[in-house]
Each structure stands twice: as C-alpha cells, then as structure tokens.
Design a protein around this ligand. Sequence first.
Ligand code: ZN
Length: 522
Amino acid sequence: MRITPCQAALAAAIALNLLLLLCSRLAPGASPRCHHPRRGAVPDGVPGVTVILRDFDGPDHDVAATARSFAALPGVPVLVAAEVSPYPPVPLPAGAAVLSLRPQPHRPPPRPELAVRTRHVALVPDGARAVPGLLRRMRDALEAASDGTVRAVAAAVGTRRPRCLSLEVDVKAWTARYGHAERQGDQKGDQKSDRHGDRHGDQHGDLCGALDGAPVVLLLRTRDLFSLSFPLSRPVVTSLSLQAAARGWRLLLLPAAFPSAPRPPPSPHALWRARSASDARRRALLEELGVKLEVLPDGSRRWHGCAKDTPRCFGTVRGQTPEYLVAGRWTPPCCLRALRATARHVLAQLEAAGVRHWLEGGSLLGAVRLGDLIPWDYDVDVGLYREDVPKCRWLARVAASGAPVEDPEGFVWEKAAEGEFFRVHFSRANRLHVDLWPFYARPGTGTMTKDAWLGHPQDVEFPERFLVPLGTVPFAGVLARAPNEPRAFLELKFGPGAIENPEYPNPALRRLAQDLGNKTEQ
Ligand code: ZN
C-alpha cells in the first residue's frame, strides 16, 4: 500500500497530538514527567530556599522576630508551620505565612509540600537570626557534595558548636545507636574535594548522622524532606536525623553559624516547663518512629518501651505470630530485656529448689544458635519434671490454691488458663512470661510426655535419655539446664536443619526471608 505525503503528514500530526494529550493527562499542571525525567510526587520547584519555622513553644517564643529576620532576605519565603496558628496572634511580616498542619472537617487535608515552591528548604529554630548569603552557601555546599549520602547541610545557631555524632537506626530492632563521628578533616574526603578546583570554603564540614548540644539550621532539598514519612515532626532535628539515618543519609555540618537573638535568661520555672515539654515531645517522637532503645555514645542506654509497671509492647499472640512480626519488626528490645530477666529469675528459683528442668522449644533453639533468645521470640519455654513441682514453693502454692502468686521480686506465678502448665509473668502489669511445661515419664516406655498440647508441630514426646543426665547451655547471660544432646533433641522436635536454617514460628503467616536483605521497610 502506498502512502501519500498528505496522509503521512496527517498521521504525524495525530501522533503528536496524542503524545501531547498523554503528557498533559499523566501530569496535570506542572507536567513534570514530560519536562523532567525525575520521578517523585513533589516537583523540583523553582530555585531558592523556603524557610520553615517549626520548633517553637509557649508564650515566650520568638516566631515574629525570627520570621522578620529571614523574610527580610531577598526572595526568601517564610512559613510558620504549626498544628494551630500561634496564639496570641503573631504579627507576621510580608512574605511570611502560617502553614496549618491540623486537618479540619471543612478543609482539604494539609499538604505542606504544596506550600513550598522552592527547590530547597531550611528548617530554622526559634530565635535564629538571618545572615545574608549563608542559606545560599549551605545550598551550594549541599549541591556540591560529591557523596550522594549527604542530603542535608547544617549550620549552628549561636556560639556553641553542636556535637557531631554518628547514628545508626536499626528499624527491625527498634534501636538507635549514637557514636562519636570521625572528624571529616582526618579522612580521605578532604583530598577528594581538593581535586575539584571549583570547591572552596564551606564545603569543608563534618559528616554527621546526628547533631547534639546546640540548635541548628538544617537545609535540604524540598523533595527529600517531603519524601520522609514524618517531614515536620518535632523535635525537627531529632526527627530528621533518625529518618535520615534509617535511609543511610548524612548531614554535613558547616563551620559557619547563624547568630541567635539575645534573650533574657528564662526563670527556673519557665526553664523547667520548657524542658519537660521538650522531653515529652521527644518521647512522643520516638514512639511515633518506633525507637524503643537509644544507645548513647558513652554506651549507656535509654529505654523507651515497656517496663515493670507498664503493659508489654504487644497484644495476645495469635498463630505464633506476634503483631510486631507482621509489621516486619523483631521483638522490642525492652521486651527481650524483660524476658531475659524473667528467665534468669525462674531458672534460679527452679535450680535452688532442686526442680529438674531444661530449656525447651524455641528457647533451646536460641540458646544453641546464639546463647540467647531468638531475636523475634515472644516468650521463654522451660520443661520440668511434674513430680518435682511441689519442691518449688511458688509452684506448690499455685498448684494448691489455683490462684496467682506474686513473689517478693514482683514476678507473678500462675497456672495457665490454656491447659496443664504454669506461667511466670514479668510483673502484674507486664505479661511477658516464661512457660513451664510439666513432663512425666510414661510408665514402662522411657518416653517423656505431658498433658498440655497446644498443637505446635515441635510439641512432641521424646525419650527420657535426653534428660539423664541434664546438660547445660549458655542462655540470656547464665548457664541454663538443657537436654544432654541439645542438637539431637532439637532435630527430633523441629526437624533436621532447624539450627542452621532460622525461620519464623509460623511461615504460613510470615517468613523470615520477607524481612532479610531490606534493612528498613520504607
Ligand atoms: Zn517491650
């Protein structure tokens, strides 16, 4: 078939129209897909820096003066981001606006990312004062960073220099680990930047995971900020550092600093109120981000999860799959700590009373694998000889009365509601527990059996020879009693290869492979 030049022109025109239509449909408005190959919900924006004021509090804040100072810079929009407008009302200068973050029934949902039109944004703490050119230098330092992990640039506010810390966030383990960051000047990064003739001055900063000890201005790309799940959570610097660390991003701390407004020293009461409000916000943030343990640079630990006087961190376990496992995380560290403490207490009590006992099930598996609880386990299992129960006074009292008994150290011993076994809880409030399974030898067979069966595949009878004599294995910081051939015992219960091939207790609901390889679930 022959095509005339006229037909060809017509076909070309139709194709071009279709293409234009497709472009405008795919990306209404700015149509970033047609003009920019980069993907993402937030368009790149126009050159410039938007200042966001987020961390301010109480009646004594400095928002109006801070906003005035930064809005006086040419072409710098200022947004005061808050759940509700500051009250009493703050006289904002031209170029500054309130960005309301609280959803309201008569308004569309707050979309702070739509309020920022510039390519870069600076989160400025209350009381900072602008320095002409410094925001631009911060932006240039960010864009000049040859290391793609540098996603934010920081500059101190005031005369104190912040401490530069390393930060590692282990999402699965609910843990943030801080350390002392190496000085950037000691590393090969300096030589690298010297090779680029166009780099100078401010690029020489310290690479940090987190900053501590002084307020900072943080500058980052707008699209990076709004790619975070909690872009404007407070305290801003803590929130951004934790989310950045979970993505492998780092902060470049420049030597330059912004001045801070001279303010009269706060009264002791105002200081106390500010501290407790900031502590409460910090705790709420860690809860929101799922950080239950902070390991500080000196090795000390700050716990944020469950304790003796609070409920445990997860609800009733169904299908051998606790809720944290469904969320792609492992046992909260506070719970592991409480389980270890309960296990050590119970094992010591049984040992002192002369009750023959041994680690069972997943606890023995963890002991043989790593000398500890399996990192996703939710209880501890211990077997004991039923005929020895009366030797332990707590078990004897529970068996006689049927009622729970709280021992002097606050652990609660009780008969399980689910069947013929005992349970020792970390406390009355916190139901993390050790299960005690009474076994007895079936007469004339040499086989150990029991009366409580919960239908778990590993729950099987076994030859008594594993217990005569009992052996030991390291577990949760102590030497625990165990069957004398623990590997053979575990293979009998869990099947061959159980020690070498870890798997979640109920792979039909959740498999270990789903959670390995991806350090963070994003
Ligand atoms: Zn806990």
